[in-house]
Design a protein around this ligand. Structure first.
Ligand SMILES: O=C(O)[C@H](O)COP(=O)(O)O
Ligand SMILES: [Mn+2]
Ligand SMILES: [Mn+2]
Length: 526
């Protein structure tokens, strides 16, 4: 091995010369500016087919981004695998689908669908839900209930009613004397159900009570709930809408009962794991009080954790990510260190290692989590930048590690709030942290590699076809920077070829002086 490599992922910091709402450009970033000017620097693709998504209209996201960074290959991702499984009909031929459908046909109970209602293609796709609702009817299911999580984070910030309308239209087409189907509950995805990395279980508890027990503020329809909340909290965006239940004559229409079946139609794992643990958990489950747990058959769209087998039942096989960078380092006996705060901790560990929650080597892998604050990050855009930086510098100084990686969530997590001023501070925070890491790398003979997993803070405003400008809370489709800084040597890159995130691991391995796996994409070094 040559020199140690320190890789910094600036989550959600894309690269673009378009100034509209570009808080990366707007922010004061002396260190990034200096690195880009003085060191080998290029942009790489972080969206669409370059990261295994169905098309180049799909923005990148943390899961597919960290998967590609961590494995040096392009795997077809959940969004694509589910599309293919629905098109081929394989999903309906699966044991899981057959078991869940047979269950409700035998009991006369309801088939419940829970999931993120949008076409963001990050965690879910409404198209998958609509297809399954139709198939359920064709297969003779007599009752279905839909529990909708409102997005506004992977799609326009206040677009919930568009998706509710789409769903209600399909329901109206399908509904007849043989098929009783309706929306049963819902709420904003950052208020209920979709917590991740056990940052805030109370979100899941709220969602559980709403979806499972039908306990929550009652409305006659999802539309009425959304419009009422918007009138009560002017300026509220969809991801923050409170939870609600649809009720008729004071009775919730979709409380779950023994004999029902439940499908979580999100394909991405991070925000699907906790609800799955609550459904699959036995009497020892202690994350919150679930009340009387109905005896239901539960399945996820994918297996979200291949090590812990969560959930027990799933509809579509996840990508089987093999030959990761960590495996290669372990084979070469190299110690590696990974660090982030809770919100992105799983990104640099679980996503990085191919959606595995367990280490390949207890001995050689060190994972460090800094607990995130539980609040809206536009109120503290610095997040845990200082703490992550302290730990990374400690790891550099220890001289123990051949490869160190960290993720700074600021550009992404603050970007998702839609607060431009706070996002500017978020990007400046990352730059300050980089300043310190750069100094430590120079002092201790490490190579610093700086990149991102996708854009977000680089596009906080967007213009629609009519020229109306609005705040953008979702990721951008833009490329990300890739910089190699070595105080002793310039590592020149091929700046012509159209590289992407999957070319990062091979480049790191070449910098380390190791031999890449044959199945990997190419190194970017000349
Ligand atoms: O889960 C989220 O917060 C967003 O849907 C996507 O953001 P991430 O891919 O950066 O985590
Ligand atoms: Mn990300
Ligand atoms: Mn994000």
């Amino acid at each position: 091995m040559k020199k140690p490599v320190v890789l910094v992922v600036m989550d959600g910091v894309g690269e673009s010369s378009d100034a509209l709402g570009n808080m990366v450009m707007q922010a004061t970033t002396p260190t990034l500016d200096k690195l880009k000017a003085n060191d080998p620097f290029r942009i790489i693709k972080a969206h669409g087919t370059a990261v295994g998504l169905p098309s180049d209209d799909d923005m990148g996201n943390s899961e597919v981004g960290h998967n590609a960074l961590g494995c040096g290959q392009i795997y077809s991702q959940g969004a694509k695998l589910v599309n293919e499984s629905i098109e081929s009909g394989n999903i309906y031929a699966s044991e899981t689908w057959k078991t869940l459908v047979a269950g409700v046909k035998a009991s006369g109970g309801a088939l419940h669908f829970i999931g993120l209602l949008s076409d963001g293609n990050v965690h879910s796709n409404i198209g998958h839900l609509l297809a399954m609702l139709k198939e359920a009817k064709a297969e003779g299911v007599s009752k279905a209930r839909v529990h909708i999580l409102l997005d506004g984070r992977d799609v326009p910030a206040t677009s919930a009613l568009e998706y509710v309308d789409q769903l209600e239209n399909t329901i109206a087409e399908l509904k007849d004397a043989s098929y009783d189907v309706r929306i049963a509950s819902g709420g904003g995805r950052m208020q209920i159900t979709m917590d991740r990395y056990q940052a805030n279980w109370s979100m899941v508890e709220k969602g559980w009570n709403i979806h499972v027990h039908g306990e929550g503020r009652a409305f006659a329809s999802a539309k009425e709930a959304i419009e009422t909340f918007r009138a009560e909290q002017p300026g509220v965006i969809d991801q923050d809408l409170p939870g609600f239940v649809i009720a008729e004559n004071g009775t919730p229409v979709g409380a779950m009962k023994d004999g029902d079946s439940v499908i979580l139609f999100n394909f991405r794992g991070d925000r699907a794991l906790e609800l799955s643990m609550a459904f699959d958990g036995d009497a020892s489950f202690d994350k919150f009080d679930r009340g009387a747990v109905p005896n239901v058959l539960y399945a996820g769209m994918l297996e979200y954790d291949g090590d812990l087998h969560i959930p027990h039942k799933y509809l579509v096989n996840p990508p089987q990510i093999r030959n990761t960078l960590t495996e290669l380092l372990v084979e070469n006996g190299i110690n590696e260190y990974a660090c982030s705060e809770t919100q992105k901790y799983g990104h640099v560990t679980y996503f990085w290692n191919g959606n595995r929650s367990e280490k390949f080597s207890e001995e050689l892998e060190t994972w460090q989590e800094v607990p995130s604050d539980v609040r809206s990050f536009d109120e503290c855009p610095w997040m845990k930048g200082t703490e992550i930086t302290d730990l990374v510098i400690e790891a550099i100084e220890s001289g123990k590690y051949g490869f160190i990686r960290c993720n700074f969530p600021n550009g992404d997590m603050v970007g998702h709030t839609g607060n431009l001023e706070a996002t500017e501070i978020a990007v400046e925070t990352v730059d300050l942290c980089l300043t310190r890491i750069l100094k430590a790398c120079d002092e201790h003979g490490c190579i610093l590699v700086v990149t991102a997993d996708h854009g977000n803070s680089d596009q906080m405003l967007e213009k629609n076809k009519k020229g109306v400008v609005s705040v953008r809370t979702a990721h951008s489709l833009r490329p990300v920077p890739f910089i190699i800084h070595d105080a002793d040597e310039r590592h020149e890159m091929d700046t012509e070829s159209p590289f992407g995130l999957a070319n990062v691991a091979p480049t790191v391995v070449e910098l380390l002086g190791l031999k890449p796996y044959d199945c990997w994409e190419k190194s970017m070094l000349k």
